[in-house]
Ligand binder design. Structure first.
Ligand code: SAM
Length: 162
């Protein structure tokens, strides 16, 4: 019976965390021109936004192999200056209050940000991207190819009109 730790041909492992350990490890840092939260856009713009740089820790450099095939990728990051205790939020101070899970606000129990960004280039241990909305120095959690390349199209939700 093969063990879960067996490697297939050409696979290579590093000394990563064990599977059941939910403590997140930052794998790099995001460099953007945004020096305060007020200067960040609410969501990134993959067409007209500024070029940003994603710098991976050396341990994970090899994990970028093959990413250059993609025009768009998804970046997951830790919104490290967010408070984490609100269940209801009034983001626009217009009297409208909404539950945290119905918002894309950075304020959430586990402040994970997700952006689909245009991949401009892959360098040794770093990515050049466009479409980010986070502060300079935001810690990086994960990088994935654009999910649209893999996810089957789902039909739209039926409406009352059928
Ligand atoms: N695109 C991500 C998402 O949808 O999951 C994040 C959206 S959130 C609305 C983006 C906002 O978070 C920015 O406009 C800025 O106000 C705030 N923000 C950016 N970087 C942050 C950080 N490192 N810590 C706390 N807040 C941050």
């Amino acid at each position: 019976m093969p063990s879960r730790n067996d490697l297939r041909p050409n696979e290579e492992a590093v000394d990563g965390p064990p599977p059941g350990d939910a403590q997140l490890r930052f794998i790099g840092v995001i460099r953007t021109p945004f020096t305060s939260r007020e200067l960040c856009p609410r969501q990134g713009d993959a067409i007209n936004g500024p070029e940003c740089r994603v710098v991976l820790e050396p341990l994970w450099h090899k994990a970028l192999k093959g990413l250059e095939r993609y025009d768009f990728i998804e970046l997951f990051y830790w919104l490290h200056e967010s408070r984490r205790d609100l269940v209801l939020q009034s983001p626009k101070a217009n009297g409208e209050t909404t539950g945290t899970f119905a918002l894309r606000s950075p304020v959430r129990p586990n402040p994970i940000g997700l952006s689909r960004v245009r991949l401009l280039g892959v360098e040794a241990g770093a990515l050049r991207v466009r479409g980010l909305d986070c502060l300079n120095g935001t810690p990086l959690l994960d990088v994935k190819p654009d999910r649209c390349a893999y996810t089957p199209q789902v039909p739209p939700k039926p409406t009352a009109m059928g």
